[in-house]
Ligand binder design. Structure first.
Ligand code: HSE
Length: 351
């Protein structure tokens, strides 16, 4: 399949995906018959650029890395905002990676709805829209005969959602438990080694793990969003923000982590949900002092882990990166290749 891509937002995640696409262009074409051009980019800080025939992404990345605006690209149409880029360019697939308020889901929610209504596929790492309206957006995509992919909203490029949807299909999943936030896991790992909370947080920000406002990470809101997403998308429930008990890691001191270590334990921020006998869900984000024998205790740095409790297999755990520029960029490639696969299947079926 040939794709015409438009980036809405071009921060670290968008740039991470662009690097992967450039480096793997040939293998993607040969192995998956995935061909693409990037026709447009619109970013609230960096400006915008549109060329219906495709942009030179190596040049674009050089410009952005040099701190220059997209308007300095030598050719093409400039000055288009996010909505005109979605509606008025020839892009068939929108990569939505803007800075978005996780609670309202905006501006990503409007971008995604606009694109789906215009008959364009969307891939996005924005959690807000999935927390608020996953089912509606998936239905909207189906009605418009396009796809909405959001693998990266949980565990970044580690395919936790695809695992539940595709490979574990046929199981009843009635709960999950995991380390769902990379920043806090990184901070707790460093604190256990003796680093202060403040210094560890600064490092997590520098490495690109933390949210634009890191309060979302350390107070447990980011993990809470992921618990809502997993409860709704994987467990088939209908939770919102207020349905999850929450406590972050800000009250855990360096001394607490050192004391736990001396006692053969480790602090972890755990997100979990369990379907009760009456069908209701008990969902929680809370710091727990785990014995080293707990598999989650061995998961350190910005690595995440998620255990699904299934009826056929019992607990099934996936472990991998939960944050980062290339890691989250890669999650968008998973979604793009899934669209490529499904679209190719449609063509074969039609023949
Ligand atoms: N800030 C998030 C984390 C990014 O640290 O896990 C990935 O969702």
């Amino acid at each position: 399949m040939h794709f015409k891509l438009a980036f809405i937002g071009f921060g670290t995640v968008g740039q991470g995906l662009s690097e992967i696409l450039l480096e793997k262009k040939d293998v993607l074409a040969e192995k998956y018959n995935f061909h693409f051009v990037v026709v447009a980019i619109s970013d609230i800080m960096k400006g915008s650029i549109y060329d219906e025939n495709g942009l030179d992404m190596a040049k674009i990345l050089d410009l952005v890395k040099a701190g220059k605006k997209l308007d300095e690209y030598p050719t093409g149409v400039k000055g288009m905002n996010s909505l005109t880029t979605i509606k008025e360019t020839n892009a068939d697939t929108v990569i939505e990676v803007t800075f978005t308020d996780v609670k309202t889901g905006e501006p990503a929610l409007t971008h995604i709805k606009t694109a789906l209504k215009a008959g364009k596929n969307v891939v996005s790492t924005n959690k807000g829209p999935v927390v608020k309206q996953a089912v509606d957006l998936l239905n909207m995509a189906m009605t418009n005969n396009v796809h909405y992919g959001f693998e990266g909203v949980v565990l970044s490029g580690t395919p936790a959602l695809n695992l539940a949807k595709c490979t574990l299909a046929g199981n009843i999943i009635n709960g999950f438990r995991g380390i769902l936030n990379g920043t806090t896991n990184y901070i707790l790992t460093r604190m256990e080694e003796g680093m202060s909370y403040e210094e560890a947080l600064k490092k997590a920000q520098k490495l690109g793990y933390a949210e634009a406002d890191p309060t979302g990470d350390v107070e447990g809101w980011d993990a809470l969003g992921k618990v809502v997403i997993l409860s709704n998308v994987v467990l088939g429930k209908n939770l919102s923000w207020g349905d999850v008990e929450r406590k972050g890691i800000t009250e855990i001191t360096k001394e607490d982590t050192e004391k736990a270590k001396a006692a053969g334990k480790r602090w972890k921020l755990i997100g979990s949900a369990e379907i009760k006998r009456d069908g209701s869900v008990k969902a929680k984000v809370w710091p727990e002092k785990l014995p080293l024998s707990d598999p989650l205790a061995g998961v350190s740095e910005a690595i995440n882990a998620l255990t699904y409790y299934t009826d056929e297999l019992g607990p099934v755990t996936i472990v991998g990166p939960g944050a980062g520029r290339r890691e989250t960029g890669f999650s968008l490639l998973i979604d793009l290749l899934e669209i490529n696969r499904k679209s190719s299947e449609k063509i074969i079926t039609k023949k």
